[in-house]
Ligand binder design. Structure first.
Ligand code: TXA
Ligand code: MG
Length: 374
C-alpha cells in the first residue's frame, strides 16, 4: 500500500434499527471510529462516511476512500452542545439562535475553527463546518465513539450522494470498515451550509433547511451570489465569491453527475417550458440520431406518454406539489439514469422556492452546467 491509495478492507455490514439502534452494534461501530477506522452511517439527509475528527490520519483515509480533492473540507458532526467548545473558538449569537432552532437537523454552520481541529478536516481553512444530524443512528454513533465525527457524503467523489446503504456499497465497498444499514434517508438532499464567519450570513450550499426558514430566524441571510446560475460543470472555480465570504470549496467540483449526459431544460426567460416545447426538442435531437430520455414530474408524465413519438425513457422524480418527495428521490434517480438505454436525458426545471433551491442546485451540477434554453 502506498501512502496515496485507499486502505483495502473487508467491509462489514450491520443492519441497525433506525428508531432504536442496538447498543452492542453501536458500541462496536464507536470502537472502529476510536481505532482510526471508517464507518458509513445514515443521517436524515444522506449517508455519511465517518472518521474521528480529531485524528488526522483517520481523516486522511476519508479523502483516499472517496477520491476527494484535499482542498475540499469536511463537516464535523456532533451530538451535544458541549462538543462545540473543542471545535470552535466562539459561538456567535446568530449561531446559537440557529443551532437552537434547527439542531439536530440538516443545517451546517461554518464557524471560526478551534486550533485543536486538525488542518486535514478543514483543508487548512481557519473555519470549520459543524452539524448535529437528526438521526438516532448518527447520534448514537457519535456518542458511542466519544469523539466528534468528520463525515462527507459516503459516495465516490463526483457521484450523487447516497440515500441508502446500497449506494454506499456500490461506491465504497472494500474501502470502509463498516456500513451501518438503516434504510433510506428521510430528506434526500444534503444539509444547508451557512457561513457565519463573514460580514453577512451566507448560504454556501442550499439544502435541507430552506432559505425561507433561515430568514425567519436571521432575516439578513443571503445566498452566495454566484451559486446558482454559474457554469459549475467543468471543475472550474464557480467564479468570484461575494465580497468577504470565502467560497465553499466543495462547490467548485462537478458533482452528482451520472455518466449519462444530462441537459437541464429552461425557458428563454427562465420559466419552465411547456411539455409541447420539450417534445419538439426531443424530436429535433432524434432527427440528429440521438435516443432521448426525460426526467419529469408526475404532473407532466402523462403528457409525454400520450405524445405521438414519446421519449424513449420517461422517469418521474416526484410531484411539483411535493418538493420534499422530489428531494427524497433525486439522487437515487440520478444514479438510475446510467441504466437508461438512451444517449442523453433532458431534465425539467423546478421552481426555486423552498427545497426547490437545493433541488435546482443539484440538478445544475448533475447536468455539469449544460443547459438547453428553448
Ligand atoms: O447532509 C450533509 O451535509 C452530509 C451528511 C453526511 O452530514 N454531508 C455532506 O458532506 O454533504 P460533504 O462533504 O459532501 O459536503 C460538505 C460541504 C462541501 O461543499 C464543503 O466544501 C463544505 O461543506 N464545507 C466544509 N467545511 C467548510 C468550511 N470550513 N468552509 C466552507 N465550506 C465548507
Ligand atoms: Mg458530498
Amino acid at each position: 500500500m502506498t501512502l496515496f491509495s485507499p486502505r483495502i478492507v473487508d467491509t462489514e455490514f450491520q443492519i441497525v434499527d433506525a428508531a432504536n439502534p442496538e447498543p452492542e452494534i453501536m458500541a462496536h461501530a464507536g470502537e472502529i471510529i476510536r481505532q482510526g477506522g471508517l464507518v458509513a452511517f445514515p443521517t436524515e439527509t444522506v449517508y455519511g462516511l465517518g472518521a474521528n475528527a480529531l485524528d488526522p490520519e483517520a481523516v486522511q483515509q476519508i479523502f483516499l476512500a472517496k477520491g476527494r480533492p484535499l482542498d475540499n473540507p469536511l463537516i464535523v458532526h456532533i451530538a451535544d452542545w458541549s462538543s462545540l467548545d473543542q471545535l470552535v473558538v466562539a459561538v456567535s449569537e446568530p449561531a446559537r439562535l440557529l443551532g437552537e432552532r434547527f439542531w439536530p437537523g440538516p443545517l451546517t454552520l461554518v464557524l471560526p475553527r478551534h486550533p485543536q481541529v486538525p488542518a486535514e478536516v478543514t483543508s487548512g481553512l481557519d473555519t470549520v463546518a459543524i452539524r448535529w444530524p437528526d438521526h438516532r443512528v448518527a447520534e448514537d454513533l457519535i456518542r458511542a465513539a466519544g469523539v466528534p465525527i468528520a463525515a462527507p457524503s459516503a459516495n465516490r467523489s463526483g457521484k450523487p450522494s447516497p440515500t441508502d446503504a446500497g449506494h454506499v456499497m456500490e461506491d465504497l465497498g472494500g474501502r470502509v470498515e463498516l456500513i451501518l444499514v438503516a434504510g433510506e434517508t428521510g430528506v434526500g438532499v444534503e444539509s444547508t451550509v451557512l457561513d457565519l464567519t463573514g460580514p453577512v450570513p451566507t448560504v454556501l450550499r442550499p439544502g435541507g433547511v430552506t432559505l425561507e426558514k433561515l430568514r425567519a430566524v436571521i432575516p439578513n441571510v443571503v445566498v452566495k451570489e454566484d451559486l446558482q446560475k454559474s457554469d459549475v460543470g467543468l471543475g472550474t472555480p464557480t467564479g468570484r465569491a461575494n465580497e468577504g465570504v470565502p467560497p465553499s470549496p466543495g462547490m467548485r467540483y462537478t458533482h452528482y453527475a451520472p455518466e449519462k449526459p444530462l441537459l437541464l431544460i429552461e425557458g428563454e426567460d427562465g420559466s419552465q417550458p411547456s411539455v409541447e416545447k420539450i417534445l419538439q426538442a426531443v424530436d429535433q435531437l432524434r432527427a440528429q440520431g440521438h435516443t432521448v430520455g426525460v426526467l419529469t414530474s408526475s404532473e407532466n408524465a402523462a403528457l409525454y406518454y400520450a405524445a405521438a413519438n414519446p421519449p424513449e425513457y420517461v422517469r418521474v422524480i416526484g410531484s411539483r406539489e411535493n418538493m420534499a418527495d422530489v428531494a427524497l428521490y433525486l439522487f437515487k434517480i440520478l444514479r438510475e439514469c446510467d441504466l437508461a438505454e438512451v444517449d442523453l436525458i433532458l431534465v425539467e426545471s423546478f421552481p426555486e422556492e423552498g427545497l426547490g433551491l437545493a433541488i435546482m442546485d443539484r440538478l445544475r451540477r448533475a447536468c455539469g452546467g449544460q443547459v438547453m434554453r428553448i
